[in-house]
Ligand binder design. Structure first.
Ligand code: 4GX
Length: 261
């Protein structure tokens, strides 16, 4: 996967490329990462990238010429890459989008600043618009990093260990199960016994139950969207019965005498 980031703040990406899994993916040629400074494509003496909006009003707009120059330079270098504009108006990014983007040969990520980019850029030179969520950033750079980060870890061989991306959150539509490491007792709280037992099948069942219950309690919206298998339905039914028993007991324990309201 080739990433080219177009930005007026390329230095923001130096520490991003330089750490952790992204760094290792670059070193192992699983991804290629580069930035182009939009300012370098400005023609004027002062290399201006913004201008006042037609129609008036506060704020500035990114001028089309430097952006077009930068996008075309990136497209010449990587003709098969898709060009993505980070903007609150885009399709909301999630794991599914990350997987779709991971299938492309390259991504050119266009980072806007100010109030946005001239509309003729988005119309003519952009393949996809992506938003990382419904909040307003000061620029597209952090959004581009989020996209690059999530896409990179979907590329086979980037995570180390036995293809961890298939095991993690969302790959099965559920949140992760609870995790524990040493010590066995921390500040009076013990690790669940089953995890120490060495019974792999039971540990797997416990983890599925943990994942299902955490999803039910923390993100019930995810369960609504998910196709549940037989095992998962059995676990939820068991907990439904548990809860129903508690409710029944509660009602019976507080029953009013017959004939009364
Ligand atoms: N997810 N922003 C982009 C300027 C801008 C506006 C419109 C192009 C078109 C954001 C987000 C985000 C703030 C980045 C506005 N550029 N980007 N910027 N949320 O809020 O991606």
């Amino acid at each position: 996967m080739k990433f080219v980031v177009l930005t007026i703040f390329p230095e923001m990406f130096d520490p991003f490329w330089d750490h952790g899994i992204i760094r290792r993916a670059i070193d192992q040629n699983k991804i290629f990462a580069s930035t182009l400074n939009i300012r370098d494509f400005a023609e004027d003496k002062h290399q201006v990238t913004d201008d006042r909006p037609y129609g008036g009003g506060s704020g500035m707009v990114m001028k089309p010429e430097p952006l077009a120059g930068a996008i075309r330079a990136a497209n010449r270098k990587f003709p098969s890459a898709k060009t993505i504009l980070l903007t609150p108006q885009g399709r909301v990014f999630n794991q599914e989008v990350a997987n779709e983007l991971a299938a492309f040969e390259g991504l050119v990520l266009v980072c806007g600043r100010y109030e946005g980019v001239d509309e003729r850029i988005s119309h003519d030179l952009i393949d996809y618009e992506i938003s990382i969520g419904d909040y307003v950033l000061t620029g597209g750079e952090l959004a581009a990093m989020v996209v690059i980060d999530a896409v990179t870890r979907q590329i086979p061989g980037t995570l180390g260990g036995e293809d961890a991306a298939e095991k993690d959150s969302f790959s099965n539509g559920l949140l992760e199960h609870a995790h524990y490491t040493r010590p066995q007792v921390f500040e009076g709280n013990a690790v669940p016994e089953i995890l120490l037992s060495g019974h792999h099948k039971e540990i797997e069942n416990w983890r599925l139950e943990s994942a299902l219950l955490r999803t039910l309690l923390k993100r019930p919206d995810l369960l609504q969207d998910k196709r549940l298998n037989k095992k998962e339905i059995e676990i939820l039914k068991k907990w439904s019965r548990n809860i129903q028993n508690i409710i029944n007991f509660h009602h019976e324990g507080h029953k009013e005498p017959k004939g009364e309201k």
